[in-house]
Design a binder for this molecule. Structure first.
Ligand SMILES: C[S@@+](CC[C@H](N)C(=O)[O-])C[C@H]1O[C@@H](n2cnc3c(N)ncnc32)[C@H](O)[C@@H]1O
Ligand SMILES: [Zn+2]
Length: 1023
């Protein structure tokens, strides 16, 4: 199935020069960022049911819809009618009104329909009690609407309406919902197909094509542009989003990555998810067969069942260590809760005879028992707390970590040898089995039938849950597991069923070495885990008859490795183990869970929901992007840029398991992570490798080829460096767009939210022209304004596409466009700039240019209905507040948008965080006057010292006292120079009063009302 690289044959030198068209692409003129952001967010929120996620762990896959939208934007030519272009573009992606309606797969509640119909429509489709329309509310829509809302239960569909008629009514209502609300009822575009023939006629008429499906359309557009079906390349393929989507929508895909795990995942996406149904079935049969064989063997060994016939689901282990003060062996855990659902706790009892602790597991614990358990927590704030002598000993002291004369850390723990898989008796950290989750079967099915219950396997599907402390026989089974592993250990390592590689130290990989002394990858797993995973791999090898089966087996094994290691936390709230890579680190745990077969079925048998596409033209290589030599029409890349993920280290966790299999089935690949070649971090060497890579990509692209570079939005200095890199690589920026892909999990404090992905569009630089900074400064200012004007002219009033953050980004883009359209800018020494360390003090000329462009944009972006003279007198914080209110008015709640704007106005994080009522992703908004109240007023904080802040206080006072005069008095007392500032006060108040009656801003209803009173009072003051 693996296709050797053939891209060279399809794109020959002759057709590289023989280009068909160099007109602008859609994405170089416009991009519906708001809708694409919302669709990307929806895809992200789908969690485990995202298309590629099920194949295995990867950090930061790009949303497929973003990739699809990008590729279409590159292929579709920009025509003379940008509005028509946009409509067609949205139709193809099923993001237009009809497309979204077609994607609707969840029913709307009647009340949503009712609330979104006009009165006339309502009377047409619904039985409405007559008395709702009284003489008082007769001509007042708003009052009637309120009455309807109150009496919704009494309103029902008219009898005898056909389904079609009801559907028509529902569609009327549906179309009036916001885009976000509509998406809540819909499938993702990738889960549906556009099969409305009328729509295809429209699309074909506009584009001069003859397609009836997405794949044909893409290929036809490609042929129009290049003369043949184009190839989309990604040299940083990672989890494989970009090549997968390119192939799925009908193009040729070239994928490469330095890392073989990325190669494996990308290969799987392309080759497994494209399979026809019968092949998928065969693959599923294979997975089942492996699982059956493993079950049989485990049953025979008798290591997961007790003498009563109960089946174990989880084994819980904790570390133990000797208290340095009283020398008692202390079991370690930050919490002794075993299961909150079943009220199960562990209670420690000092055993003076053995100088250790007995651990009793109590199910259905009484409050007194819970209290007793909570009193014996033994790990707190990084210290061991001995329940016997009550002394606290820091864990680093237990480990005997130290520093040498040069201040270099010395790790105190003994390092485990290659052949060890358990601690030695005298090691600081021992491992102890302290609880077992057993399931008692309560019907006649066999255990294997039980185990293989597909879908979310709740405990109830198996039987009754019992948590117990290990008995003598349980401990004997532990000994047996160790024995079984010992018998196989070397043989299995030799055959590649168990990892044998040493852990190379690094940013993440040093942690297990320092914290546990584990210096070989297999030591991150206990004997049970090694025995089980090794057995799986043995059976995969024994039963597989094809490459694709082996790959499916290996993916399953990787999921087992993720879910079944000593780093898998026990979640006592949900009664299950979490995975190792719940974040981007290799964190050791003090207590952890071990899964049995009954908790592994749904991990090993990962979901296979294929899309059946023709994948005959895809190529996957493991190669350093500096030296690849495949020619692609489009390079779409997401470089490891200013990125916190150490792919080259984390992937070694999986490669330790996969190494030998990869060598066997992909002989043309290598199997190690090649850390040394990984692009990472920042600084000169990083910049140089990026230049080398992008120079190479530009070389491997026809003259009319294009590139898209995706990166996380960062501050101007990151932009400046990236610009210089791409520019030095001979590329020229033609457009930039920002897609918000923020997810809920992070929030402000964690600082690891994904703010936004910038889509930078590039072409080859062909000019030899040079210019000077002064010359381009003017050119950039004009470009900023032109770009903003063009975006504003395309703006959809109903469903606004652009926020201020996007206009601001236009300023970055304009700078980049102008700058990189010259071969050289007189004053800028690219090499020198890129060799300088990035710091806050010295501002590079490029950053200076960007900053001046941003300023131009802000001066140009005066809110409608604001006096431009007064606007210029406001402080940055005041402007930020006003523009932030504009964001909220346009339904924008993404943190990234506010951050971006704060940065543009130069408002610091501490100040703006104080101004926010919520910093939760997608719920961000400013405080209302009452929420501000007098907190910090007039203090050191820059916003608290502004006139606007006093005005907000005045509004809050009026609102609280329900009296406008109070607010007026406040302003007259508190604002120095009140009379001179009166005009500005009125202007600001007038602005705030416009926030009354906005459906999604109910919290401003009352403040805006008092603001209106204040406008009156202050305007008439002293007149
Ligand atoms: C941000 S990730 C790409 C994620 C991908 N777009 C996705 O959707 O999953 C960056 C990738 O660059 C790869 N990489 C780092 N240095 C490289 C090099 N010198 N050559 C090729 N790939 C490299 C890493 O292995 C990693 O997979
Ligand atoms: Zn002690």
């Amino acid at each position: 199935m693996n296709k050797e690289i053939e891209t060279k044959d399809t794109i020959t030198e002759s057709n590289i020069t023989n280009e068909t068209s160099i007109g602008k692409s859609f994405i170089e003129v416009q991009f519906p960022v708001s809708k694409i952001s919302k669709e990307s967010y929806k895809e992200r929120k789908a969690g485990q049911s995202q298309t590629l996620t099920g194949l295995g762990k990867w950090w930061g896959r790009k949303p497929l819809i973003l990739v699809r939208a990008t590729i279409l934007g590159l292929l579709m030519p920009a025509g003379v009618d940008p509005v028509k272009d946009r409509d067609i573009y949205l139709k193809i992606l099923m993001m237009d009104a009809d497309g979204v309606w077609q994607r609707k797969n969840k029913p709307m509640k009647d009340n949503i329909v009712i609330e979104n119909l006009s009165l006339k429509e309502l009377k047409e489709y619904f039985e409405v009690p007559v008395d709702l329309f009284t003489s008082e509310n007769e001509n007042q829509d708003k009052l009637i609407k309120q009455a309807i809302k109150k009496n919704i239960a009494d309103i029902s569909w008219k009898k005898g309406l056909s389904i079609e008629t009801k559907n028509n009514a529902s569609k009327l209502a549906f179309d009036r919902l916001s885009y976000d609300d509509r998406l809540g009822y819909c499938l993702r575009p990738e889960e549906t197909i556009l099969d409305n023939q009328n729509t295809w006629v429209e699309i074909n008429n506009h584009l001069g094509t003859n397609a009836t499906n997405l794949q044909d359309l893409m290929r036809e557009l490609g042929i129009k542009k290049f003369g043949y079906v184009p190839t989309v390349g990604d040299c940083f393929a990672g989890g494989g989003s970009i090549p997968f989507e390119a192939a799925r929508i009908g193009l040729n895909a070239y994928a490469s990555d330095l890392n073989p795990l990325a190669g494996l995942l990308t290969w799987a996406g392309l080759n497994i998810l494209s399979l026809p149904d019968d092949e998928v079935k065969k693959l599923k049969d294979f997975q089942e067969k492996v699982f059956d064989e493993v079950c049989k063997q485990v049953e025979e060994w008798g290591i997961e069942k007790n003498e009563k016939g109960w089946m174990a689901k989880y084994y819980l282990y904790c570390n133990e260590t000797v208290c340095p003060q009283c020398k008692t062996l202390v079991p370690m855990a930050p919490s002794w809760w075993v299961s909150k659902k079943t009220k199960t706790v562990a209670i420690l009892k000092h055993n003076a005879n053995n100088n250790n602790f007995d651990i009793n597991i109590v199910q259905n614990a009484s409050p007194a028992e819970v209290l007793e358990s909570e009193k014996t927590i033994t790990v707190m704030d990084g210290s061991l707390v001995c329940p016997n002598c009550k002394n606290k000993s820091p864990i680093s002291v237990l480990r005997r970590d130290d520093k040498d004369a040069d201040g270099k850390s010395i790790f105190g723990l003994r390092r485990w040898e290659a052949d060890e898989f358990m601690p030695r008796k005298d090691d600081v950290f021992q491992e102890r089995l302290y609880a077992i989750k057993y399931l008692k079967k309560n019907n006649k099915k066999t255990w294997v039938q039980f185990l293989k219950k597909p879908g979310p396997a709740t405990d109830a599907t198996y039987g009754t849950v019992f948590y117990v402390q290990p008995t003598e026989l349980d401990l004997q089974r532990e000994v047996k597991v160790v024995q079984l592993l010992k018998e196989r250990f070397f043989d299995w390592q030799l055959k590649g069923y168990l990892p044998s590689a040493k852990i190379e130290e690094g940013y993440n990989t040093t942690q297990p070495i320092r914290e546990r002394g584990w210096q070989y990858w297999h030591q991150l797993f206990n004997p049970r885990q090694l025995l089980l995973s090794g057995l799986f791999l043995e059976q995969i090898e024994a039963l597989s008859t094809s490459k694709i089966q082996t790959v499916a087996g290996l993916l399953g094994l990787n999921i087992l490795a993720d879910y079944n290691s000593k780093l898998a936390i026990w979640n006592n709230g949900f009664d299950k183990g979490t995975n190792t890579f719940y974040n981007q680190a290799i964190n050791t745990q003090i207590n952890y869970s071990t899964r049995c077969l009954s908790a592994l079925y749904n991990s090993f048998i990962f979901p296979l929901n294929p899309y059946q596409f023709n994948n005959s033209n895809s190529t996957i290589q493991t190669v350093d992007a500096r030296i690849l030599d495949a020619v692609c029409n489009f390079w779409i890349t997401d470089p490891p840029y200013a990125d916190a993920v150490n792919y080259h280290e984390l992937t070694e966790y999986f490669l330790a398991w996969d190494k030998k299999v990869i060598e066997k089935i992909f002989p043309e690949w290598y199997s190690e992570s090649r850390r040394i070649l990984a692009v990472r971090g920042e600084g000169e060497s990083f910049n140089n490798s990026m230049i080398e890579i992008y120079t190479n990509l530009a070389k491997n692209m026809p003259t009319n080829g294009m590139q898209v570079v995706m990166f996380t939005h960062q501050d101007p200095s990151v932009w400046a460096d990236l610009t210089l890199i791409l520019w030095s690589a001979g590329l020229h920026v033609t457009a930039a767009w920002n897609i918000a892909t923020e997810t809920e999990s992070g929030g402000l404090k964690a600082g690891n939210y994904v703010q936004g992905t910038v889509i930078l569009v590039l072409r080859k630089l062909t000019t030899e022209a040079t210019a000077f900074k002064d010359e381009i400064t003017y050119e950039i200012q004009e470009e900023v304004k032109a770009q903003i004007d063009s975006m504003r002219s395309l703006e959809d009033k109903e469903d606004p596409n652009f926020s201020d953050a996007d206009y601001l980004l236009a300023a970055y883009a304009a700078t980049l466009k102008i700058l990189t359209s010259y071969k050289q800018i007189g004053e800028i020494n690219v090499e020198y700039e890129l060799s300088k360390p990035r710091d806050k003090k010295t501002i590079s000329p490029v950053v200076e240019i960007i900053n001046s462009a941003i300023k131009t944009a802000y001066d140009y972006l005066i809110p409608l209905a604001f006096d431009s003279y007064i606007w210029k007198t406001l402080s940055p914080e005041e402007r930020f507040f006003i523009k932030g209110m504009e964001l909220e008015k346009s339904n924008i709640y993404q943190l990234g948008a506010y951050q971006e704007m704060a940065r543009g106005f130069g408002v610091g994080a501490i100040v703006y965080k104080e101004m926010l009522a919520s910093s939760k992703a997608n719920q961000v908004r400013f405080k209302t006057p009452i929420e501000f109240d007098n907190k910090g007023l007039g203090g050191a904080d820059t916003f608290n010292n502004t006139l606007l802040r006093q005005i907000l206080m005045a509004i809050a006072q009026s609102e609280k006292e329900q009296n406008g005069q109070v607010g007026k008095a406040w302003l007259k007392n508190e604002v120095e120079d009140y009379w001179n500032k009166r005009q500005t006060i009125i202007e600001l108040l007038k602005y705030l009063s416009t926030i009354e009656h906005i459906d999604h801003m109910q919290h401003w209803e009352s403040p805006a009302l008092y603001t209106k009173y204040l406008v009156e009072l202050i305007s008439n003051d002293g007149v």
